[in-house]
Design a protein around this ligand. Structure first.
Ligand code: BEZ
Length: 212
């Protein structure tokens, strides 16, 4: 069955371009973005992996490890990394899992047979330090993903965990956020939101982003 938000993600041990990875051990106390792509030496994937390499400092700042995957083997990945570095003006600085036996692709339901019987689709899994799945989405092979959006979601999730706030539609860093509906006690609200809040409706309370 497909993984759902809140599930504990399955562990696996698989080869990567940076050696064998036991996923739960490798993740440690970090957040993880695990993302699959259809195949090595393909154009959209080449741009995606270059983009993620350039954004690595942004993932590091948020305590997030990134891990790519396709069904090709380690030798193929290593050959392709040369092309990514050359064409995208970067240096791939995170591991790419090799999954020719589909261990991970099957565990994480990354092959959608009605799209393609053998290649992984563009799956994304954001996993928290407790190994719980916090977001998943799937893009078709022909559409490259927006990794700035993935960072935006991580910011939102970390704000919720740390400050009991949610983020409204199209929220961007620095804009006002929403107090989670479960917080109702006026004393707690006063303590948690010293900058104050605006009660637009009893269920819609806006407050400045707490960590700004
Ligand atoms: C690509 O990465 O460019 C790609 C892969 C499979 C199908 C279409 C595009």
């Amino acid at each position: 069955m497909a993984l759902r938000i809140g599930d504990t993600v399955p562990n696996f041990t698989q080869k990567s371009t940076e050696g064998e990875i036991n996923f739960h051990e490798w993740a440690g106390d970090s957040w993880v973005v695990l993302f699959s792509h259809p195949a090595d030496f393909t154009p959209v994937c080449t741009t995606e992996l270059g983009t993620v390499a350039k954004l690595k400092p942004e993932f590091d700042k948020r305590n997030v490890k990134v891990l790519a995957l396709s069904v090709d083997d380690v030798d193929s990945h290593k050959g392709w990394i040369g092309d990514i570095n050359e064409t995208q003006n970067t240096s791939v600085n995170y591991p790419i899992l090799a999954d020719p036996d589909r261990t991970v692709s099957d565990l994480y339901d990354m092959i959608h047979p009605n799209a393609n019987n053998t290649l992984t689709v563009r799956s994304v899994f954001i996993i928290d330090p407790q190994k719980k799945l916090r977001l998943t989405f799937t893009y078709p092979a022909s559409t490259g993903r927006n990794f700035e959006e993935i960072l935006r979601v991580i910011d939102s999730l970390q704000l919720t965990d740390n400050y009991s706030v949610a983020t409204p539609a199209d929220w961007k860093e620095g804009e006002d956020v929403v107090i989670v509906p479960s917080l109702k006690d006026p004393d707690v609200l006063k303590e948690k939101f010293p900058k104050g809040y605006e009660e637009v409706k009893p269920y819609l309370r806006m407050t400045p982003q707490p960590n700004k």
